[in-house]
Design a protein around this ligand. Structure first.
Ligand SMILES: [Zn+2]
Length: 366
């Protein structure tokens, strides 16, 4: 999913441990829908507020789940740009997944583990209070009436979250655990192929169950099917880059801008040379990168004669010419990094973009 689409329809809620927590606007549709359907059933303002409080508490648990992934990834030196809340759950945008399968297993398990810990803590609370669960099936109104039922249902939902996320299918955490476990014993692409076919078999089973019993399962089945197909496709591409290095795929003819160059100069170069991503030399600071999207936005909000140093631009990551192209592809695929510099000593000798990688694949695939 493109990150510009993400940021257009979502806004920043807060920032915790250096990671932005964003909420997608459709999430509010979910809240309104829950509120309205509780109102339909109960005609009680208190019940509506409790229903919404329940959804918000549940989503707080989803955010903690995502922080489980993000903070474990950070221990392995992988940054997370943001966590976005969607009506269907949360997404932690990590700059990449670990290359070491053992680390990938830990990162994937950390999310569901958070829900298990929350459920266990709530269970201890309820046991200490000697709470007797009321079955929601017997009395739907029991769901929100007393604090005990509220806590009980949050506990149950955390168990559901843990189990659902551990389904062995992409894009669920369980799919990653399965793939990484297989990757301990076989090549990465083979592990992905097998994990993807387990996922698609599961999707097919859920689809049939869904037709028979519950349409929501059909939606989940399609979601899993697409996730598995997408992961297998991306893996094929990255495997085709297995034997290539940064020096084989990099662009060697490019222009570098400086912080004193104007926006007009960048526009000029884009029009006349077709270069879409520029390294910008800021003097004593590390070089930053300017993408065409950022340039288009800046032209609207700044004057054309403004210097580039007036913009806030991301630092351009740099690698050596020997870096594997597969690694570069994994980093760029997520859309978090658009431009990588290739340096030899102190010289910037090439640029890697997703376009350059795709072109290389098109020309080198048998
Ligand atoms: Zn997860």
């Amino acid at each position: 999913m493109s990150n510009t689409a993400n940021s257009h329809w979502s806004f920043r809620l807060t920032r915790i441990a250096g990671i932005d927590v964003r909420v997608h606007l459709t999430f509010f549709l979910l809240l309104v829908w829950i509120g309205l359907s509780v109102w339909e059933q109960t005609r009680s303002q208190t019940a509506v507020l409790q229903g919404m409080a329940f959804v918000l508490t549940l989503f707080a648990c989803v955010v903690l789940h995502e922080f489980g992934h993000a903070l474990t990834a950070r221990r392995f030196g992988i940054r997370t740009r943001r966590i976005t809340l969607w009506p269907i759950g949360g997404v932690a945008s990590m700059e990449r997944m670990p290359d070491d399968p053992k680390q990938e297993i830990l990162v994937a398990l950390a999310g569901p583990a958070v829900n298990v810990v929350i459920a266990a803590a709530l269970w201890l609370m309820l046991t200490a209070a000697d709470y007797q669960p009321v079955s929601v099936a017997q009395d739907p109104a029991a769901l929100f009436i007393d604090g005990g039922a509220f806590v009980y249902n949050i506990m149950v939902m955390n168990v559901v979250l843990a189990v659902f996320n551990m389904l062995p299918a992409f894009p669920m955490d369980g799919g990653r655990v399965l793939r990484a476990s297989l990757a301990l014993a076989m090549p990465h692409h083979e592990a992905t192929r097998r994990a993807a076919s387990v996922g698609q078999t599961l999707a097919l089973g859920l689809f049939i169950l869904g037709i028979l019993y519950n349409p929501i399962l059909v939606v989940i089945a399609m979601f899993i099917w697409l996730g598995a197909a997408g992961e297998a496709g991306a893996e094929q591409l990255s495997h085709a880059l297995h034997n290539a290095h940064a020096r084989d795929v990099m662009l060697t003819r490019f222009d570098t801008l400086s912080g004193d160059d104007t926006l007009a100069r960048a526009v000029d170069l884009t029009i006349h040379t077709g270069q879409r991503h520029f390294p910008v030399d800021m003097g004593n600071k590390p070089p930053v990168s300017l993408s065409q999207d950022t340039l288009l936005k800046a032209v609207r909000s700044h004057g054309e004669s403004d210097p580039l140093r007036a913009l806030t631009l991301p630092v351009m990551p740099v690698v050596t010419p020997e870096t594997s192209a597969e690694t570069l592809f994994r980093r760029m695929q997520s859309g978090e990094v658009e431009l990588i510099g290739v340096v030899e000593g102190d010289t910037l000798s090439g640029l890697v973009t997703l376009n350059a990688l795709t072109r290389y694949l098109q020309l080198h695939r048998p």
